[in-house]
Structure formats: structure tokens, C-alpha cells
Design a protein around this ligand. Sequence first.
Ligand SMILES: *Cc1c(COP(=O)(O)O)cnc(C)c1O
Ligand SMILES: [Zn+2]
Length: 569
Amino acid sequence: MESTNTGYTMSCIMCGEVNDEKETSTYCTSCGGVLQIEYNEISEKIQYPLKEILPDPLKNHPTALKRLDRLSEKYDADLYAKLEFENPTGCFKDRGSYIEVQKAMELGADAICLASTGNMAASVAAYACYFKIPCFVFVPEKTPEVKLAQATIYDATILKIKGDFRTCEALVREFAKSGNYYLAGDYVFRQEGQKSCAYEMYEQGITDFDYIFVPIGAGTNFAAIYKAYREMKAAGQIDKIPSFVAVQPEQSSPVVEGIFKKEKIIKEQVNTMADAVAVGNPFDFYKVLDCIEQTDGMAFTATENELLESMREMTIEQGYFTEPACAIPLATFKNNLETFKGKKCLFVLTGTGLKSAHIVAKYSLSSPVLPPDLGRVQQYIDSGFVEMQKNSWGQSRDNAVSGLKMDEAHSKLFEQYVSEFNKKGKVLKEEEIRVLRSLVYNEDVDLVYPVDVVDYKLTMRKQGLVSAAVKLRIKGQDEDVISLDQGVGPMDAVLTAIKAETDSIIPLEIKNHEVEILSPDTESLVVVTLTLEKDGHTFTSKGASPDTLDALIQAFLKGLAIANKALAV
Ligand SMILES: *Cc1c(COP(=O)(O)O)cnc(C)c1O
Ligand SMILES: [Zn+2]
């Protein structure tokens, strides 16, 4: 049901110029516009722009096309889902990577490079790995760990870049020019691969939807599915092309805004829990706009809370646990029930929820650790906490916890934090207050600190080395001690200097550290979470400050206090 083909032209959708794939596979060489492939002949088979094609080494079956019976009944519509999370790496992008990687090999590239919000990295890495071509992926620093883990195990070289997807994209374009590298991404050959989603539905016997909802980042998948429909119509396989519905998170919606303004909009910064569609510069915007105009389509956004709600609803009602991006179709459908009443709608569920466990953890209350005692288990089940835990979904955990009443000791601790921040000239934003309240709420107010840091100084050395001088006050000693040490960065240097003194009290091993910066500005609250270990016991501690180093020191000293208390019992 597929054919390879060299009878095609690649032309620019903006200026019409025919481009040569040996010169570019990304942007038009005369105007920088986006390219499109047109085949010389019409075919009933899916056509791929390759001289020859190898069987897909990773994919074993088409992804399921399922009717959503319960949701259809609940909302009085005829709803379907294409389960694109069933692709080999858990995301539709595999369809494109399969073709793109083979194109890179056909063109004789030495390596493949790309920028990614995570899923593309995992997907291209998987195919590049199988076809044995080196792969360099540029990802924003905030990329979820699981997506990075996939790219890592598939042997890609990971370049984690300070900044967002746009920053990575600009950098990788430079990188691609520095060698004989194929720049993969949301470009024309990927689009040809991603068409197979719609061809698969044709084989599965259902294509006659009234509406197709596609969550949009760059717009490439949307454009690919539309292109497949056009090709199938031209070949006489179908008579009608559905109306396409472009959907995005409200907090990252340049495409939806652009559709209303009829011109491309670029956002400097986008921030949504649906990280897979957090794309500020939507590459295929004009293809999306054209489709919306041609198919009498629509465009909608949904809020972050609506995403959470729909993500859970899809899981509970139909059993499909997807990532937040895939909740946008259901969320926007629900916001427009009158429009879609009785209509046959398809939701493209683009990626698996298994890579988004961090979202679930973040937006639900975690369960407390209970002693192995049946009475206590029973007591907990009856305690009302469980109800609160289930109801807390849809608002952030920090929100739920910050709504809880604090006792006097915790309120006092909270005020101490705030006054420390005020001294540093920091005024907390609403979101930061929530996070801080949640942090304080979970803090043990009876902690005794065996060590305090009175002051510290840093000196930069050559080759990234840093010297730290830390003044420590150790409980039970009359005089402060000054500890001097070096490290490969400020954080490393300070911790090494502190540990040089404290290891003789309690030697703690640092198993993991996470730095969370709450907003992009320099004044932001920073939360450092440390995972510490001693003799098989693990301790987690958090520090919060506008200053990363202060937050780190706080977290470590708190960790010492926690460990000290736990191990003394
Ligand atoms: C990449 C991605 C999208 C967006 O697709 P575009 O082709 O960039 O519009 C949507 N959902 C998931 C899960 C993705 O990985
Ligand atoms: Zn052009």
C-alpha cells in the first residue's frame, strides 16, 4: 500500500520557486518560505519521495482507530480517536522520522541533527539508531526526563540548551551548516512521512469525519493529515475532505491567533504544561491557514485547567492516558458543544501519557507514607484525605495545599521565609506564594540544624573552576570555621566546601539535585530539591530563594537536619 517515487517537484508555497533537495530540505533558497512536495502522478497508494524504502523496522501494526463510545453518549456526538500514542516511541512523529532518516541517508549525510521539545528527539533518535546514522539533538533545558531518556538510550548525542525551543532551533540551523549534516525537523520530508496517519484510516475504513481535531505545535502533523486527504480525494478514494480544527493551549497559541489575524505570529515565549506543542514560531503556519480556509475549518484554545480536566476525563471514561497536548481536542470540543452536537469528530491523540508522569505528580496530591499497619491503612482510607486527593485534580497540587490551613508554627515559618526574601528586595508573585506555601506546609517545624552557613565567597578560576570560602557555624563549637574548596562551578564548589566540614558529622551523598526556576525573569523564586542518601536511607529536602546558591545551601543544611533527626531515632 505504499510506493516510492522520484517523480516529484519540491516547490515553495510562498514564491512558487522549485527547489533542489540537494541544496535544501528545509527552507526555500530564494525567499525562506516553506516547501511542499507535489507528485507528477496521482496514485491510490501513499507516495513517499524516496528512491527506495526499507520496511519500517520499529512499527508492527497500524495505530488503532477507535470510537469513543462513552464520551459520544455523554456529549451527544459521534466521537472517534486515532491512537497515535501507539507508535513505536509513543508519538506520531515516528511516521515522519521513518521517512526523514531514510532521506538523510539517500542524500549521503554524515549525521542527522535536530531541535526538539522532546518527542521528536526520541523519535528521530530511534530511527537514526536503527539505520546507524549519528544523531545530534538540541533540546530546551526544561525537556521532560523520560523523553531525554529515550533519546539517550537510542544513542543520540544530547545537547541541552539554556533557553526554549526557538533558541534550540536557531542554534541547530547553525550547527547543520558546520558539517555535512541533515537538518531534521518539521520540514517537507517529515510531512510526507506523517501523511500515513490518514492513509491508515482509509485502510481502517473510516475517513468521513465532519471534523478532525489536531493539537498543533509547528502545524506539520496537521498539514500532513490534510495533504493525505487531498491526495486521496484527487485519486478518487474519498469524496469529501473533513473540516479541520486547529487546537492549541491558550498559553501557547500563535497558530490560533494567527488564523484569526490571517498572518503568521511569532511568540517570544510560550509556557504550557503541554510541552509537546510549546512552539513559539510555528513553521507550517501558512499550510495550516490554507487548510482552515479550504475546509471551512475552525481554531480554538483551551486553558491549562481545561487540559488537566480533559486529560483525566479521557483516561477515566475511555481508558486512554495521553500527554497534556492530546487533551486539547476534547477540551475545545467541550467548550463548543452546540457546534459539534451530533457531528462525527476525530480527535488525534498524538502522544502517550507515560512520558508525562511528572504532570500527574505535579497536579495531584501525593500519598503520604503509612506505617505497615492495617489499622493505620484503614484510618487513612477513611480520613477524607483520599477525597481531597481526588478532588485536587484540575488545580495544581500547590494550589490545593496552599488552600489548607496552616498551624501557627508553619505560618510563622512561612513569614520568616517571606521576610528573608523581602530583605533581598524580592516581592513574591502569586504563583510563587503558592509554591512557597506548599513547600512550608510540608516542612518539619521542629528541625534542629546541626550546621549553619554564616557567609560564603566565590572566586572564579580558569577553565570553569571556582573556589569557595564558606563560613560555617557548627552546633556545639565555639568558633566558626572557614572551609575552602574548589569545584567545577559555583554550586559544586560551595557544596564541596560545606561537605568537607559536615561529612565528619553526617556524611551525606548527593544522589540528585533539581533546580526549578518559577518564571523566566531574573527575580524569580528558585526552588532546589536535593535527594540525599546515607546508609541506604534517602532524604529529600527543598530550599527556596531568589538566589540559586542560597536555595541550594538551604536545601543541603535542611537535608542535614532531616537526616540527623531521622538517624538519631
Ligand atoms: C509534536 C507534537 C505535537 C505537535 O505536532 P506539530 O507537527 O508540531 O504541529 C502534538 N502532540 C504531540 C504529542 C507531539 O509530540
Ligand atoms: Zn520561496
